[in-house]
Design a protein around this ligand. Sequence first.
Ligand code: IPE
Ligand code: IPE
Ligand code: MG
Length: 256
Amino acid sequence: MTYPSVISSSNTKEVYPLPKELDRLRMPDHIAVIMDGNGRWAKAKGLPRTIGHTAGVEALKATLRLCSNWGIGALTVYAFSTENWSRPNEEVNFLMTLFESVLKRELSNLKLEEVKINFLGDLDPLPVSLKDLINESVKSTLNNKGIRFNICTNYGGRRELVLAAQKLAERSVKGELDPSLIDENVFASELFTASEVDPDLLIRTSGEKRISNFLLWQLAYAEIHVTDVFWPDFNADALTKALLDYQSRRRRFGGV
Ligand code: IPE
Ligand code: IPE
Ligand code: MG
């Protein structure tokens, strides 16, 4: 089947089959994505950065649909980092408004498709109306059996680790937790990703070869795929290439 360059992100129930070149038995269970390059995509077209972010939403919808159709268990995306507040106010405000309007518009469809939504990050500083909508979407999809869709918003790996350390310290001080019993499982249970498995594959778009404070703990053994494609251009072809790259790796987890 030939894939259209833009996968239908309308309310159709169209199902995209797994490309023949991929091995169904060796698919990653969990894919994490640093959706980067919206601004450069727009700049290359002589458009304002905001248009790049709007176009990025379409790429995200298509990617979620493909991952769901291709049997991926979880998709975790980096939408806004703890460092992104340093951008100009207009861009930050645009992004917050975009997150809210897209979530409002898409929620009923995501529910229909059995998507289980979660937001990872320190949600406190977000606008109240966005927080309310986030709470509603997490609560109303809690029992969904489809793909787990985790959106990292005001997420920072270091912040997450510090918050986990604080919570463990508080429990220890109260006498609820013996510090000598803090192991990797106990620590991981205090992270935003407590109920999630670690990503098998990390994809970063737009060619940057860095982690940018994303999932510092959870990516310990993820395979990394960097593509030069700007996020708004990410499509079935780019996802297939990332999965082929993943399937060509031999994961050793420190063994021989
Ligand atoms: C990623 O695209 C989206 C967010 C960080 C919100 P960028 O906005 O970082 O785009 P570039 O990297 O400037 O091209
Ligand atoms: C990482 O991209 C954050 C998101 C994709 C939300 P950035 O564009 O913020 O990262 P840097 O600045 O290139 O490291
Ligand atoms: Mg960027």
